[in-house]
Write a protein that binds this ligand. Structure first.
Ligand code: EPU
Length: 420
């Protein structure tokens, strides 16, 4: 298994490039299922999750070709409507093939993704919505078995919470449904918006993009597309936090500042200097970071996917910070590992109280999920001495070439195989 060895407290200066978004790439890949012909996706990040979904699509009969950051998907002939457990279990987002398969094929059999480290993460909202569109759905032997007689029918779906995956699955299905679908309390994340733009290129009729009410007028067929995936706002945000902790005119290129307005304001309040320039965003570390309070919320609120990384910064801030996690029920697994590096954090239900310490000390720590891993990388970059971060396969799910990118701006980060 790969691990990272990091010698901390190196100043970060130079230029970092933000890759295409993982969480936009996945639903856009699923969108290719909706059309006959070859779709081209550009700015696809080289990540484990993209490879996993490529395998799921290939299993369904899609011709998949990857060349650098370009991926072509030809879904002219689908050979099966089943996404098996062995493929789905490694990545929950595989459930995104459910809506397109139903819309295009009239049937789908997709393994239930199961729980994951950060929470139970049910898919009841996806199923509720698809049932509203006329799908008959049963759960049998760990699989979602769905079919529809004729086409899906447009309907009004009111989500109990603004679910990103649920909104995406319903957008994918409704685009080929008969009649108009209205999605209320829909997710507004930039990844949902990027999917909407892709679907529009395919010929879908969608109104209200970027708002909580999406109206989709179904069409009979959709065309293949070419699309450049939006920048990964979470990789961008992770680099911003790195800059606030260790940057010296660190230039971050390719990120969309408006997608991280909340975080940028927070980091400024904490003492970092952040400037927008035509060539990108420049970040200078704070002399001394100040404490802050955050509560995770659906977009445009503070993202749950940045909570762990900001906590790494708060752990060396001046004063006491409070982190409230409202999106997932078990997303503080980085706390114990940060504690091993000297952080002083107490968890009380959905809240973590972080008492800043002047310095973290390098230690061997274990990554437990994707964003927790990023938090440990940031903590190790700032810590005194050597850290080893184990089980970084989590990190490889969401951060492209992280050690190469960080090394290029002065960090001392080396990947090695633990068993060697
Ligand atoms: N939820 C339900 N029922 C549903 C769907 C969601 O109860 O049918 C709950 C979830 O359990 C959670 C909340 O609603 O408590 C929000 O979940 P959401 O559906 O929005 O999350 P998701 O689509 O499963 C995506 C990202 C996550 C990100 C969340 C929230 C992808 C592939 N994943 O997950 O990204 O944290 O939205 O923004 O887009 C990550 O990249 O590290 C990651 C976990």
């Amino acid at each position: 298994m790969d691990a990272l060895r990091i010698h901390g407290q190196k100043t970060l200066r130079g230029t970092l490039q933000v890759s295409g978004s993982k969480n936009a790439s996945l639903p856009i890949m699923a969108a290719a299922l909706l059309a006959e012909g070859q779709s081209t996706l550009r700015r696809i990040p080289g990540l484990a999750d993209v490879k996993t979904l490529s395998k799921v699509l290939a299993h369904l009969g899609v011709r998949v070709e990857a060349q650098g950051a370009e991926l072509t998907l030809d879904a002219t002939e689908l050979t099966t409507h089943e996404a098996p457990y062995e493929l789905v279990r490694t990545m929950r987002a595989s459930i995104l093939v459910l809506g397109p398969l139903l819309a295009r094929h009239g049937k789908a059999r997709v393994s239930l993704p199961g729980g994951c480290a950060i929470g139970a993460r049910p898919i009841d909202q996806h199923l509720k919505g698809l049932r509203k569109l006329g799908a008959k759905i049963e759960i049998s032997h760990g699989y979602v078995e769905a079919h529809v007689d004729g086409r899906l029918q447009g309907a009004t779906v009111i989500f109990d919470m603004p679910t990103v995956g649920g909104t995406e699955n319903l957008l994918l299905a409704a685009s080929l449904a008969e009649g108009t679908t209205i999605l209320e309390n829909a997710a507004r994340e930039p990844e949902v918006v990027d999917l909407c733009h892709t679907l529009q290129k395919m010929g879908a009729k969608i109104q209200g993009i970027g708002t909580a009410t999406l109206t989709v007028e179904g069409v009979e067929t959709l065309q293949p597309f070419t699309h450049d995936v939006v920048a990964d706002r979470i990789e961008f945000g992770t680099f911003l936090v790195a800059g606030a902790m260790l940057g010296e005119e660190l230039l971050i290129q390719g990120g969309v500042a408006e997608h991280q307005t909340f975080l940028i304001d927070k980091l400024r309040t904490m003492g970092a200097r952040i400037e927008e320039h035509p060539e990108g965003i420049k970040v200078w570390r704070a002399q001394q970071l100040h404490a802050t309070d955050v509560e995770t919320q659906p977009y445009p609120g503070f993202p749950t996917d940045m909570q762990a990384q900001l906590m790494a910064a708060a752990s060396i801030a001046d004063g006491s910070s409070t982190f409230s996690e409202t999106v997932f029920e078990n997303r503080f697994m980085h706390v114990a590992e940060l504690g091993r590096m000297g952080a002083n954090i107490r968890v009380d239900g959905g809240r973590a109280i972080v008492r800043g310490t002047p310095e973290l000390s390098g230690a061997t720590v274990m990554a437990t999920d994707l964003r927790a891993s990023a938090c440990l990388v940031l903590a190790a970059l700032a810590a005194e001495g050597e850290s080893v971060i184990r089980r970084i396969y989590h990190l490889d799910r969401g951060y492209e070439a992280i050690e190469a990118k960080l090394s290029s701006v002065g960090a001392d980060v080396v990947r090695f195989r633990e068993d060697s």
